[in-house]
Design a protein around this ligand. Sequence first.
Ligand code: CTP
Length: 398
Amino acid sequence: MLDKNILIGVTGGIAAYKVVEVASRLKKSGANVRVMMTRHATEFVSPRTFQEITGNAVSVDMFGDAANFHVAHIALADFADAILVAPATANFLAKAAHGLCDDLLTTTIVASDKPLLIAPSMNTKMFDNPATQENLRILRSRGAKILEPATGSLACGTSGKGRLPEAVDICAAVEKLFATGTLSGKKILVTAGGTVEAIDPVRYIGNRSSGRMGCEIARSAVDAGAQVTLIAGKIEVTPPPNLTFVSVESATQMREEVLKIFDTVDAVIMSAAVADFRVKNPSAQKIKKSDETLMLELVKNPDILRELGTLKKTQVLVGFAAETQNVLDYANKKLVEKNLDFIVANDVTAEGAGFGVSTNIASIIWRGGNVENFAKMSKSALATKIVERVATVIGRHG
Ligand code: CTP
């Protein structure tokens, strides 16, 4: 972020206080940060706080900054390499979607053609309101990036979607605005979700994978300019746009689809939770209950990643290790045995990591033993880190 000019617009939401940390982190990462606040925002945080953190005067009024700028909204729009609005209230979204210019922030946004990142934060019902959703759709269709609010307890005493994401995640999203193109011209295969192994036409053996991590990796690889194929088992999230999506059920099907394109790709990121066993003879008809016990004979599934490790030529191979104990040891064993470039390991029993949640606490273990430990961050932010590293290794291969 060195020497990047970031303009932060703060609107009148209780989460405004969290943006002080965002400004501080961006500044520490080398950016020049300026803050604009709406009048209502100043009810929550004093402009002086942002001024001290950023080292720059804070703008609030259209006509109050004569000492700092000739024409404030144009000067601020010209200053910015990117604009972040956080927290963005429903009122701001409505005004921005319709090009209203009734304060310094909205006027500056209309005067800017730079990347715009918006982090909405509000009560769940306000967020879900069709008017708000329509305003978000309009803003997205014009190229604004919208950071999904996090879910949790809200200032109004309820719980649900609408929290401002953590500062570290907002900063990762700002960095992402500048991180395009590192994988342009590259083909990346990502697997996600859990495989489904049939018992009979009605039941199956599955696992707790939601597919969130894999979908975020695929999204991040698309953002980095790659041509992405996402091969997914059962997932609970909507696959990201602008990629080739292949839906599979069993490990056997996933293996077939992966092998079809393995020779053509630059990297494979296997985040799928592939079942290690399948039912030897799935029943063609629904199994009726009869005795007290039911015996299912399970046979070993192919280990897709291990096979890729034996076939690999120049492809970068990334695996995942979801463990409940001895995380680094077990993960390192998988890294070596499967001939991977690096492996992403996590303890799925840790709070804020593992299945179904939107955050993860991971380590990356490299061939040769180097270990990078990451703090708890959103799966989206971790996906960016993984994709950056894949781009670096591909770059090294030339
Ligand atoms: N994997 C695979 N094919 C399988 C099983 C796993 O490709 N049949 C991949 C996963 O996508 C993941 C990595 O291998 O990237 C996980 O390693 P693995 O040793 O299979 O983990 P577990 O199945 O959890 O194994 P264990 O029970 O030994 O911990």
